[in-house]
Design a protein around this ligand. Structure first.
Ligand SMILES: Cc1ncc(COP(=O)(O)O)c(C=O)c1O
Length: 1023
């Protein structure tokens, strides 16, 4: 921004209040606002209205002020919905009032106050927010399109159509390469942009939609929307394209994917005020001109006022953005903006695709001879595929190559096809990760077709052309030796290019750029895994309607965000390969379709996680993968205990499934071995196993056992506990019976308070908190006995999960168990959530308390996602339960379940997952506590191993639960690619319970993402 010094009118707040009373008959208080050229006041009236009073000095151009006033009045009538300030007439009806200040004539005007914060102080900038900003600008532009004023035809430093003045100052940019970049941008303006700009619409435009002039309001859910556009001091007769380009330049600032951010603004603008194709094409180069002008201006001002730190900071943001934009081709940005406006992104793709389809039969066959029916096998490399092996196969290129070879061999076909527009699982590895505006994204969409055959198979040019470029792209996972052919324009079609990757190195020998290639000429051979970038032998064939000035290479995979644009630049090559529609991967349904179908087919009492539902199609260890290939760090699914789709567990299940699956009335070693191995993790005398299909079944069975054992019915449970979905379990789950739709506790259920030392009656500073909380158990027993009964059992989790990840205070369980046993009841430890090594220090969370329950119930983690639960008890309880009534479970303990359970136990040991849970859990808590130091909202970080809770509070002293904020954090983290969820009676505790393969790097990602979200203004009070 220019640093200009003006003499501001000598008007105090008291004077302002006097002016208001005299001319507007308003009684209120005035508070000075910053202003470069005018004296501005924020006015609060006695009747709670807000205004801005602006007083201009005699040095201000009266015509320029009139321009602003009339423009605002015009917008108010031409586009009344547009959120811009309204001019408030004085009592005499005039919009501008003449004043005498110190003997000099001044003018004053009153505008309505718009609520909101400047965009610069708001985060995040969601796609919807950016789109809204575009829409606001578009509606202002629409309003101004019918406005004229002679004062708008003026020379302004910030006229984007006239940046020539910076030419003489470019030398002030010290860095030579930066200077050259700026010169290139300005040169492109003169040669390309200006002539075209002159052909676009001219109009009065706002001309300064910088991030302090766009105001945003954030709703209680943290969703921001524009509430106004202010500062009409730079109104200018210019071009709408320039106006929008200025806004784009600011919207791109500090975004990892600046063009993506800009595209949202363009889309919104186009909705309100449709752009022409020519204007769309100019936006990106014009935005760069704005950045170049800014940078030169900063250098100029730095020379004039070297101490101005603000200039330095804003220049750094511009430099960072210019660096990010340097590799972005102008036409690529144009294509993205075209897509945002609903146009075909790459215009020439239409005629190329039509020509290909029309001539489909006349191309020379790629492999020398046409592909006969039955010769082709189509692979499924998609994220939903069941035939592409596991993460172990994808990590090892040779192993993956062999897997594909074997599949082709088994199919009996000669040629294997990898599909176009396929979202591929193998591209969800770190090699293909890029930073998007909302967290990481993966380049997962395949833009060509893979044609696989034996290494050394000759490749032929399908059409005539010339050698455009060639190169050995020899990084691991890249194309290896690659040839690009250019197919020059003919009568009925524009120029296009074809790329052939993963060739044998010898293919490049003797090649020359420009060399003529006839249709059918041999251009190379298929490479093998040692030379072709490390892939199975195949050629990646891709068609490009625009090479975007690339040579010997072109991106072969696209981010989901860029999918439609890149598919337009790279149409389907199937027609010239002689392939049918099976060579194109089918599209996944969009989430809104699935939500609608679900509403028709699935009962509404089953909710969907997150405001923006997730459509996950694959799990890979600690990650979940969405249909478009986005990878989420799963911090919440403790069911996938050793990792989603852990290859060893999958293999064990598959092998047993192929051999036998039947029920437990037959002898089977897997069941016995599983029982023996499982009980070996437990202290004596817990040695008797019963296998079931879920945690609910386990708790049901445990309650039956306790009743059979004691002959009593009454249960003691901890508040906010959840123990399962059956009728009886809902009756013993305060979380349910005291929650929405619940009918309260039945008379045989006795609830004791959560022993919560953060928000409960006895806090962390109470040394005997455990014993004191356990008194409530004794009290409950007393009440039961008063009614002439005894307790059947005390059922409690060893760390309270639904209660909000609450660890039990020391001494609590021992004391509670002592009371229960003294009354003849049994002690049931519900380890469905927390058991099987999750706490790290022990196999079972109750062990942290030095107690041994009479019954342990297990579920979630036991089968790593396969429905498997267990009840383990003592021989004594087992004997009393065997009262003649048989216990049979059709599926529980079947050979497949047992094989899976056994493998889960093996993996925990083999992969040292308990040790990892302890180490990573401690590290994670350390990191989370460091995040908590920075953000007041974090009240408590607690847990054991990889079972962690982060309690959010709006007030650390009062420990006031921050449920709304926790919902924001969980939903926002999901947007950023990290899955957590909330729990606790006030839903203000973030729960962390990831698969145990979660590592230190994942802990870093989780804590950094939490830090980012907690720092967002959407969470700040008064947002
Ligand atoms: C502590 C606890 N017990 C039991 C259950 C019931 O397990 P399932 O859903 O496998 O029936 C759950 C389920 O969330 C649970 O959290």
């Amino acid at each position: 921004m220019p640093v200009l010094t003006h003499r501001l009118p000598d008007v105090s707040a008291a004077d302002a209040e006097q002016i208001l009373a005299t001319h507007w008959q308003l009684v209120g208080s005035a508070r000075p606002l910053p202003g470069e050229r005018e004296r501005n006041f924020h006015v609060y009236t006695a009747d709670s209205r807000e205004f801005v009073l602006k007083v201009a000095s005699p040095f201000e151009d009266a015509a320029a002020i009139e321009l602003q006033v009339l423009a605002l009045a015009h917008i108010a009538s031409a586009a009344p919905e547009t959120p811009v300030p309204r001019v408030v007439p004085a009592v005499d009806g005039s919009r501008m009032v003449s004043l005498d200040v110190g003997g000099e004539p001044h003018s004053a005007r009153l505008l309505t106050w718009l609520p909101g914060r400047p965009l610069a102080e708001v985060s995040p900038h969601s796609p919807a927010l950016l789109r809204g900003i575009g829409k606001t600008l578009g509606s202002v532009a629409q309003g101004l399109s019918s406005f004229n004023h002679p004062a708008a035809r003026r020379g302004l430093k910030w006229d984007l159509a006239a940046p020539d003045w910076v030419g003489e100052h470019v030398h002030r940019i010290a860095d030579a390469s930066r200077r050259q970049q700026v010169e290139r941008i300005l040169d492109n303006f003169v040669r390309v942009v200006r002539p075209s700009l002159r052909e676009t619409r001219s109009s009065v435009v706002h001309n300064d939609a910088n991030d302090y002039n766009v105001l945003i309001r954030v709703d209680p859910d943290g969703v921001g929307a524009p509430s106004g556009l202010i500062d009409f001091g730079d109104l200018l007769q210019s071009h709408p394209a320039c106006d929008l380009a200025i806004a784009i330049a600011y919207a791109m600032m500090d975004k990892p994917d600046p063009v993506g951010a800009a595209a949202h603004v363009v889309a919104g603008y186009h909705d309100a005020f449709p752009l022409t194709e020519r204007e769309i094409g100019l936006l990106f180069p014009l935005a760069k001109v704005r950045l170049a002008v800014s940078l030169v201006n900063s250098a100029l001002q730095a020379d004039l006022t070297p101490d101005n730190g603000y200039l330095q900071i804003s220049a750094e943001a511009v430099v960072r953005l210019l660096d990010l934009l340097a590799p972005v081709h102008d036409r690529f940005a144009e294509y993205r903006f075209r897509e945002a406006c609903g146009l075909v992104p790459c215009p020439s793709s239409i005629s190329v695709a039509e020509w290909l389809t029309k001539n489909a039969r006349s191309f020379a066959p790629l492999l020398g001879a046409p592909l006969a029916a039955g010769e082709v096998h189509v692979h499924d490399f998609s994220v939903t595929s069941g035939t592409i092996g596991s993460i172990d196969d994808w990590r090892d290129q040779r192993r993956f190559s062999k897997l594909v070879d074997d599949e082709l061999a088994a199919s009996g076909a000669r040629v294997g096809i990898g599909r176009y527009d396929e979202v591929r699982a193998i591209y969800t590895t770190d090699l293909f990760r890029v930073e998007g505006n909302d967290g990481p994204e993966w380049r997962t969409v395949h833009l060509g077709i893979d044609v696989g055959a034996a290494p050394g198979t000759a490749i032929h040019a399908p059409f005539a052309g010339t050698i455009h470029s060639f190169r050995d792209n020899n990084a691991a996972g890249d194309y290896g030796p690659t040839i690009v052919l250019e197919h020059p324009a003919m009568d009925d079609r524009p120029t296009f290019w074809t790329l052939y990757g993963h060739l044998a190195r010898t293919s490049l020998d003797g090649l020359e750029v420009g060399q003529v290639v006839a249709a059918g000429d041999r251009i190379g051979w298929l490479g093998d895994v040692s030379e072709n970038g490390g892939w199975w032998p195949h050629v990646h064939v891709q068609l490009m309607c625009d090479m975007l000035d690339r040579f010997g290479d072109f991106q072969g995979v696209a981010r989901p965000d860029e999918r439609e644009v890149m598919l337009s630049v790279c149409p389907d090559p199937a027609p010239f390969l002689g392939l049918d529609a099976s060579a194109r991967a089918p599209r996944a349904p969009d989430t809104s379709t699935l939500v609608a179908r679900r509403a028709q087919a699935i009962g509404p009492s089953l909710s969907v996680s997150y405001r923006k539902p997730l459509h996950v199609v694959r799990g890979v260890m600690q990650y979940l993968i969405e249909a478009d290939g986005r990878r989420y760090l799963d911090c919440v699914n403790n069911v996938a205990h050793v990792g989603h789709a852990h290859p060893d567990v999958v293999g064990a299940g598959q092998r047993q499934m192929a051999a036998l699956n039947t029920n437990t009335r037959y002898l089977h070693e897997a069941m016995l071995e599983f029982a023996e191995r499982l009980t070996s993790t437990l202290p004596e005398p817990l040695r008797m196993c019963y296998f079931v299909n879920s945690g609910s079944e386990a708790n049901e069975l445990a309650i039956r056992m306790a009743r059979a054992y004691s002959g009593e019915r009454d249960m003691i449970v901890v508040d906010v506990g959840y123990h399962g979905n059956t009728t009886t379990l809902v009756d013993v789950s305060p979380y349910k019976f005291n929650g929405p739709g619940g009918a309260g506790a039945p008379d045989w259920v006795h609830v004791v308070p959560m022993p919560d030392t953060y928000r409960g009656a006895f806090r962390e500073d109470e040394p005997d908190a455990g014993l004191k909380y356990a008194q409530a158990v004794r009290e409950a027993i007393r009440r039961i006995r008063q009614a002439g009964r005894r307790p059947a059992a005390f059922l409690a989790e060893s760390i309270l999960s639904c209660g909000g990840q609450v660890p039990l205070p020391s001494g609590y369980l021992a004391e509670a168990y002592r009371h229960v046993r003294a009354a003849g009841g049994l002690c049931i430890a519900d380890e469905v959530q927390v058991g099987l090594g999750r706490v790290g220090s022990h196999w079972w969370a109750f062990e942290e308390h030095g107690v041994v329950p009479d019954i342990v119930t297990m579920g979630k983690p036991l089968g790593n996602g396969h429905p498997l639960g267990a009840v383990v008890t003592t021989p004594d309880v087992a004997a009393r339960f065997a009262n003649g009534m048989e216990y049979f479970n059709t599926f529980g303990g079947n050979p497949v379940s047992c094989a899976i359970g056994l493998e889960v136990l093996s993996v925990i040991n083999r992969d040292s997952l308990r040790e990892n849970a302890l180490r990573t859990g401690n590290y994670l808590m350390e990191r989370l506590r460091a995040v908590g130091e920075k953000h007041e909202l974090v009240g408590d970080v607690r847990g054991s191993g990889l079972f962690i809770g982060i309690e959010l509070v709006t007030d650390r002293d009062q420990r006031t639960p921050a449920g709304r904020e926790a919902a924001y954090v969980a939903n926002r983290m999901r947007e950023l690619g990290v899955l957590v969820s909330t729990d606790g009676p006030d839903h203000n505790v973030l729960k962390i319970k990831p698969p145990l393969c979660f590592g230190a790097h994942d802990a870093d990602v989780l804590s950094a993402t939490l830090d980012r979200v907690l720092g967002e203004s959407a969470l700040a009070p008064g947002a």
